[in-house]
Design a protein around this ligand. Sequence first.
Ligand SMILES: *[C@@H]1O[C@H](CO)[C@@H](O)[C@H](O)[C@H]1NC(C)=O
Ligand SMILES: *[C@@H]1O[C@H](CO)[C@@H](O)[C@H](O)[C@H]1NC(C)=O
Ligand SMILES: *[C@@H]1O[C@H](CO)[C@@H](O)[C@H](O)[C@H]1NC(C)=O
Ligand SMILES: *[C@@H]1O[C@H](CO)[C@@H](O)[C@H](O)[C@H]1NC(C)=O
Ligand SMILES: *[C@@H]1O[C@H](CO)[C@@H](O)[C@H](O)[C@H]1NC(C)=O
Ligand SMILES: *[C@@H]1O[C@H](CO)[C@@H](O)[C@H](O)[C@H]1NC(C)=O
Ligand SMILES: *[C@@H]1O[C@H](CO)[C@@H](O)[C@H](O)[C@H]1NC(C)=O
Ligand SMILES: *[C@@H]1O[C@H](CO)[C@@H](O)[C@H](O)[C@H]1NC(C)=O
Ligand SMILES: *[C@@H]1O[C@H](CO)[C@@H](O)[C@H](O)[C@H]1NC(C)=O
Ligand SMILES: *[C@@H]1O[C@H](CO)[C@@H](O)[C@H](O)[C@H]1NC(C)=O
Length: 499
Amino acid sequence: MAVLLLFLFLAISTVSTAADDAFIGVNIGTDISDMPSPTQVVALLKAQNIRHVRLYDADRSMLLALANSGIEVTVSVPNDQLLGIGQSNATAANWVARNVIAHVPATNITAIAVGSEVLTALPNAAPVLVSALKFIQSALVASNLDRQIKVSTPHASSIILDSFPPSQAFFNSSWKPVMVPLLKFLQSTGSYLMLNVYPYYDYMQSNGVIPLDYALFRPLPPNKEAVDANTLLHYINVFDAIVDAAYFAMSDLNFTNIPIVVTESGWPSKGNSREPDATVENANTYNSNLIRHVQNNTGTPKHPGIAVSTYIYELYNEDLRPGSVSEKNWGLFNSNGEPVYKLHLTGAGTVLANDTTNQTFCVAKEGANPKMLQAALDWACGPGKVECSPLLQGQPCYEPDNVVAHATYAFNAYYQKMAKSPGTCDFKGVATVTTTDPSHGSCIFPGSGGKNGTFINGTSLAPSSNSTTSGCASQYIDSGGSLMSVVIIGVLAMSAVFL
Ligand SMILES: *[C@@H]1O[C@H](CO)[C@@H](O)[C@H](O)[C@H]1NC(C)=O
Ligand SMILES: *[C@@H]1O[C@H](CO)[C@@H](O)[C@H](O)[C@H]1NC(C)=O
Ligand SMILES: *[C@@H]1O[C@H](CO)[C@@H](O)[C@H](O)[C@H]1NC(C)=O
Ligand SMILES: *[C@@H]1O[C@H](CO)[C@@H](O)[C@H](O)[C@H]1NC(C)=O
Ligand SMILES: *[C@@H]1O[C@H](CO)[C@@H](O)[C@H](O)[C@H]1NC(C)=O
Ligand SMILES: *[C@@H]1O[C@H](CO)[C@@H](O)[C@H](O)[C@H]1NC(C)=O
Ligand SMILES: *[C@@H]1O[C@H](CO)[C@@H](O)[C@H](O)[C@H]1NC(C)=O
Ligand SMILES: *[C@@H]1O[C@H](CO)[C@@H](O)[C@H](O)[C@H]1NC(C)=O
Ligand SMILES: *[C@@H]1O[C@H](CO)[C@@H](O)[C@H](O)[C@H]1NC(C)=O
Ligand SMILES: *[C@@H]1O[C@H](CO)[C@@H](O)[C@H](O)[C@H]1NC(C)=O
């Protein structure tokens, strides 16, 4: 037992580089027909106390909006730019100059994700993947930014084979020629392994073998817990098992000190008839439990207490994403900033705990008489003592210059000033309460973003409607998972015997 404990202790101490507190971040995909402006995105992030984001590109207007926001940013080299960067040091240096150096330190870029699931999504770029990382790293070194900005590449968990029991996991040997130099690079630069972890797909492909509760971090009866017969570690959720499988797959190649950051994890809230477990209830349970699990610094059975920071997939539902219904419904929020569901996070820290479902605004009623609106507007900005200067020409809420828009601003400012008390959103019947934030462009309404009308200067920023690659969840449907589920059968069977 003493030997075992000592062994465990050594194992823990080797991954100490990640011993800071784990954080929750979010991915921001942009395949959205009415993509909010960068200013609105940042207002939502701030209201939700989200301090870590990953972009799927390095969109200039988004990076400008994130400047001086206190939010840490992972930018990405989209897969379609990877070949060029991996083949040319100069192209890489150029990319870094334009997308990183131009924005730091105002925008706190802390990592560069080079490609997305390259080995499984774009295998023909695999031979240049490590060169791409190295070229980008040398450009950072040349600018003395390599300490604050880490370079890595997000992997699909399907590159890990025999994930159960986790202690037997190894990387698909087809990728050994890439993984060994990649891990050497991560180790020598103090970076981390980026891993996308989708218990949803493992559950879906297991044909009922993986209990839903096990995928959703719900309590399991002891006889359903999975026990790794080699390590005697108990697994009570799929997420931990996949992360530990990645640690073991790295050890299999003799790398024992590389931390893991989960670059994507989540659960869809809606699906078609063949996706019956993509429900609001399950998505809420998964993401709420995931956030608690990560923020508790629980670590994994193999490395208890070691931070596994995780980016939730994803901030917004992406209605333009191709594929099944679930593909469009991984978001925590609709594009208008309304939460898709209210996370159960009481006592789990502050991130995302500021649910906005109770956030209400006062707006001019549709079809209200313009004369009555004007009278009410005059009252609000006069006797009502509303601060109406944002409505003046040249100010952020001047446009659109019509009585409905201006009355809406003034009604809402009054309503918020009166702490939304009953009767303060009436204005002789021409006003009504809504949960939709009427903010637009740089005109941020009082009550929006949890702040009193703090707005970020984004007047000149165009909405980033031209998205490049976004999260690549769909490929899991065809690949990965199946082996995992076979082995889970083994483990569940084994644990039944064992206990
Ligand atoms: C950027 O993030 C790093 C890592 O958390 C932090 O140490 C640093 O203070 C941040 N910089 C700014 C300018 O906020
Ligand atoms: C790539 O460029 C950097 C400067 O940006 C230089 O320091 C490095 O030696 C170059 N590497 C190669 C392999 O050419
Ligand atoms: C390993 O990777 C290769 C190359 O992508 C793939 O063809 C093969 O199916 C993978 N093996 C398994 C067991 O998934
Ligand atoms: C890992 O190290 C062990 C012991 O030093 C050695 O036998 C083994 O070949 C190494 N494995 C790899 C993949 O380098
Ligand atoms: C939080 O961590 C403690 C140990 O550090 C553990 O006992 C507890 O179960 C964890 N809670 C959750 C919700 O993970
Ligand atoms: C919302 O967040 C602010 C700061 O981010 C915090 O002071 C406040 O307590 C939070 N409100 C709730 C209900 O959690
Ligand atoms: C939301 O509103 C309901 C009904 O007004 C109230 O019972 C609940 O406490 C509110 N929740 C928060 C977090 O303010
Ligand atoms: C909140 O509003 C008050 C009065 O309108 C203003 O003085 C203050 O600067 C605002 N706070 C922020 C953070 O914008
Ligand atoms: C926005 O920024 C521009 C240029 O930095 C500045 O001239 C303008 O006054 C700012 N507007 C607001 C509303 O802060
Ligand atoms: C968006 O993409 C379209 C077609 O690719 C292009 O015509 C348009 O100029 C782009 N818009 C912006 C704002 O980049």
